[in-house]
Design a protein around this ligand. Structure first.
Ligand code: PMP
Ligand code: GLU
Length: 402
């Protein structure tokens, strides 16, 4: 019988490569294989005690009912306080909506503002889910590439050259997943100045790694001249507060856009989890220094991991100022001969490393950067050191340089 229950929009959708690699690692581990997974972008820390305590209290206090669609009023207040404290920006209750993770926030937003055929500028390398969420909304991602030489950052001129009559949105993250790059104040200003000529473009600034910044302060695009009224900030508790499983993200932006997101959320999920909302409140209200110990640990690993990865033959990389990823270019390795292993792209390279070194990482293709791989360094240093040693061993075993 000829049956196909699956919609075309799913058939043409790529699986999330980060989650796929995490799944493969789990499957191999379940088979008893010794796998070091550097594939998934999530802090290896547990949720801080004061946040957990608020979640437990919320259960005891019977916060087990539907909440307002945008989230409890005290959560919305806490988000507003946080945005004033860290970004110096004023957002009222009509300008904020919390969702089940920043991923859902981005999906709500894209469904709320994009019409079929609209174009979205996506500087590459970009976070894996942007492309598929944009496509799910019927819109078209327009990728603009930046490589190592430019610190993985596209220029204002590059962005401008891709703007046309269909351009509706610009979507980017800083600190960036997967490269860890961060836009400087001068670069944000250049983008903002250029964008003044194109007032119909909505700017979406994904700031979920804002606290994980080592060498320069994080700055929001919404603070740039002329940008507040046309920028939507995306943020969430997953990275800064090690709350990936709680699923709590949020948007802050113009009231009409937020209202449209509320309509979508009201029909799709009603609201984020009541318990996660209550747990997030003390996290949002805590000074960023409360999570300083995690940021210090990430910085220490970044420094050590950078030095270690540099010594792997064929790996070319720069030291990223933020997030918890390294994004080496391994194009050189793809030119080598690999003793019949057929390594033609980063995908093959990652498969080889998973099978032979027991190290999981994500091919750059998933982030719009073929020839690169992403390694998450959200793991203890001895584990990271072991991963580097294993990768080197496999390279020594199979390839003939030159
Ligand atoms: N944006 C970026 C740049 C991310 O890396 C992630 C996930 N790591 C998200 C959004 C989504 O985060 P979450 O849904 O866990 O809040
Ligand atoms: N965003 C994280 C990552 O890039 C977690 C996985 C996901 O949500 O895709 O690995």
């Amino acid at each position: 019988m000829n049956r196909n229950f699956v919609a075309k929009r799913v058939e043409t959708m790529a699986e999330s490569e980060t989650l796929a690699m995490a799944r493969k690692s789990r499957e191999l581990k379940a088979l008893g294989k010794d796998i070091i997974s550097l594939s998934l972008g999530e802090p290896d820390f547990d949720t801080p005690e004061f946040v957990k305590a608020a979640g437990i209290q919320a259960i005891k206090d019977n916060h087990s009912h539907y909440t307002p669609v945008q989230g409890y009023a005290d959560l919305v207040d806490a988000i507003s306080v946080k945005l004033k404290r860290d970004q110096g920006l004023d957002y009222g209750p009509k300008q904020i909506v919390a969702s089940n993770g920043a991923k859902q926030s981005i999906a709500n937003l894209c469904l709320a503002v994009l019409n079929p055929g609209d174009e979205v500028l996506v500087p590459a390398p970009y976070w894996v889910s942007y492309r598929e969420i944009i496509r799910l909304a019927g819109a078209v991602p327009i990728e603009l590439s930046a490589g190592h030489a430019s610190g993985f950052k596209v220029s204002a001129q590059q962005l401008e050259s891709a703007i046309g009559s269909k351009t509706k949105m610009l979507l980017f993250s800083s600190p960036c997943n997967p490269t860890g790059s961060m836009l400087t104040e001068a670069e944000l200003r250049e983008w903002a100045e250029m964008l003044q000529k194109y007032p119909s473009i909505l700017v979406v600034s994904d700031e979920i790694y804002e606290h994980i910044a080592f060498d320069q302060p994080h700055l929001s695009m919404a603070t740039m001249p002329g940008m507040y009224d046309r920028t939507v900030i995306v943020n969430g508790m997953s990275k800064g507060f090690a709350m990936t499983g709680w699923r709590l993200g949020y948007l802050a932006g113009p009231a009409d856009v937020i209202d449209a997101c509320l309509k979508i959320q009201g029909q799709l999920t009603s609201a984020p989890s009541s318990i996660a909302q209550k747990a997030a409140i003390p996290g949002l209200l805590a000074e960023p220094s409360a999570i300083g110990f995690m940021v210090d640990a990430f910085k220490d690993r970044r420094d050590k991991m950078y030095e270690a990865i540099k010594t792997i033959p064929g790996f070319v990389l720069s030291k990223p100022p933020g997030a918890f990823y390294l994004f080496p270019d391994i194009s050189e390795c793809l030119r080598w001969s690999w003793d019949g292993k057929g390594i033609k792209d980063a995908q093959d390279f990652c498969s080889l490393m998973l099978e032979e070194a027991g190290v999981a990482m994500v091919p750059g293709d998933a982030f719009g950067a073929p020839g690169c791989v992403r390694l998450s360094y959200a793991a203890d240093w001895p584990i990271l050191e072991d991963a580097v040693r294993r990768i080197k061993q496999v390279i020594e075993r199979y390839h003939a340089i030159g």
